[in-house]
Design a binder for this molecule. Structure first.
Ligand SMILES: CC(C)(COP(=O)(O)OP(=O)(O)OC[C@H]1O[C@@H](n2cnc3c(N)ncnc32)[C@H](O)[C@@H]1OP(=O)(O)O)[C@@H](O)C(=O)NCCC(=O)NCCS
Length: 135
């Protein structure tokens, strides 16, 4: 059974193993936990059989006008059962009174986000790859 939590307060780093698939310099589980705790909002999907976090989404925000969603990931063995959609829905619902909720995604995920109410726009970005692990 998957349960959804809206706080990382009581999480331990060992519950966060397996994320950042394919990242050349992924954050450690401890750094991942720091990221979740520092976020304005998070939604976590937890497998209640083993207490593992199997999916997460985070957001940074001023809490007044705008929010940005930097990260969304579901562990490979838990994909394709609607967990990511549920995470994003719950996050967007927390921000229903804001003016803008933005994210950047690859082209192939546009239909996924479009089903959740997002529409396409262009984005600009800076990526300091030597800072990817957040150390
Ligand atoms: C994208 C991701 C979060 C989806 O998680 P999920 O729990 O499987 O998503 P859901 O079950 O809610 O929805 C599945 C839908 O996502 C879309 N999707 C997921 N990966 C996709 C891909 N590589 N290409 C196109 N669509 C994709 C499809 O529309 C899929 O629908 P389908 O099952 O009918 O094919 C997951 O694949 C993941 O963690 N990927 C790696 C990290 C990543 O890309 N994050 C997004 C950052 S913007």
């Amino acid at each position: 059974v998957i349960k959804y939590l809206e706080s990382a307060q009581y999480l331990r780093p060992d519950q966060l193993i397996g994320f950042f698939e394919g990242w050349p310099h992924p954050p450690s589980t401890a750094r991942h936990l720091d990221i979740l705790k520092a976020a304005h909002r998070v939604v976590l999907a937890v497998d209640s059989d083993n207490n593992r976090v199997v999916g997460f989404v985070n957001a940074i925000s001023d809490g007044i006008q705008s929010a940005y969603i930097p990260l969304l990931e579901v562990l490979p063995e838990y994909r394709k059962r609607g967990i990511a959609a549920e995470l994003v829905k719950r996050l967007v619902d927390q921000y229903r009174n804001l003016y803008m909720i933005d994210l950047v995604c690859d082209e192939n995920l546009r239909p996924f986000y479009a089903r959740l109410g997002f529409r396409p726009h262009t984005a600009m970005m800076i990526r300091n790859f030597d800072r990817q692990a957040g150390e």
